[in-house]
Design a protein around this ligand. Structure first.
Ligand code: HEM
Ligand code: HEM
Length: 191
């Protein structure tokens, strides 16, 4: 087993799980994203009102939090590695897991980053929960923001599609294959 596949699981008993920090980051990012997508879809379709403004502010702030957590998560992945994939997985599944996990890491950066960049260009200031100023130095107004918002939507839809496949694969491993794939990402379980 390579050091990359060993480090995170080495302290967790017979079942090699992701480290506690990786598990906490995985599920908190997942929870925020799963809530953020419907908020994004609803807020852009509501008439202007105090509620709409509130949803926009919450969307932007929680999106910025996803960005921050994603940066920490990728750092943790480099520092701590990941447990090995199940030993009897066919080669195509190993490839699919690697590619889709890599794409998910990329998208949890690109989705909030494009939202952040576009909002900074058209609609400054960007504040974290109405207080901490985090506007990026990007000018150009709506002309610049338009194409970046388009990317924000495309990346979001790609991420949502991938999350469906990803969650389905995790549940398939757990209930059909009955292997340890899902348990590795769950806190407090031992084999
Ligand atoms: C994980 C993070 C994020 C997710 C999943 C997400 C998702 C979405 C979705 C689904 C929409 C609706 C697209 C549409 O149907 O028009 C949207 C729109 C929007 N997002 Fe995000 N977003 C995230 C982060 C951010 C961040 C960090 C910002 C800004 C700081 C942001 C700013 C916006 C804005 C201003 C819109 C409205 C765009 C428009 O009016 O066309 N988003 N987002
Ligand atoms: C909603 C947003 C989600 C995102 C962005 C996401 C992202 C990721 C990423 C990037 C990895 C790779 C970890 C690594 O190798 O370092 C991963 C692993 C994993 N995810 Fe998710 N995930 C999400 C939701 C879910 C859901 C809903 C489930 C379960 C139903 C799930 C189950 C798992 C499992 C079991 C693993 C470990 C796979 C393995 O090591 O073989 N994830 N996730």
């Amino acid at each position: 087993m390579s050091s990359d596949t060993m480090k995170a699981g080495s302290k967790t008993g017979s079942l090699q799980r992701y480290s506690g920090i990786q598990i906490a980051l995985h599920w908190s990012i997942a929870l925020i994203i799963i809530s953020m997508v419907p908020v994004g879809l609803v807020m852009t379709r509501l008439d202007p009102s105090n509620l709409t403004n509130l949803l926009y502010e919450l969307h932007k702030s929680f999106g910025l939090i996803v960005f921050g957590l994603a940066v920490i998560r990728i750092g943790a992945r480099f520092a701590l590695g990941a447990p090995a994939l199940e030993p009897d997985m066919p080669r195509w599944q190993v490839m699919a897991a690697r590619v889709s996990h890599g794409a998910l890491y990329l998208l949890i950066i690109l989705v909030p980053l494009t939202g952040w960049a576009a909002t900074s260009a058209c609609c400054a200031p960007v504040n974290l929960f109405w207080t901490i100023p985090l506007t990026l130095p990007i000018g150009g107004g709506f002309d610049t923001a338009g194409p970046i918002f388009l990317l924000h939507n495309i990346f979001t839809m790609a991420m949502v599609a991938l999350i469906f496949v990803h969650a389905a694969a995790a549940l398939y491993h757990h209930y059909s294959m009955k292997d340890d794939t899902l348990r590795k990402m769950m806190p407090g379980e031992r084999r």
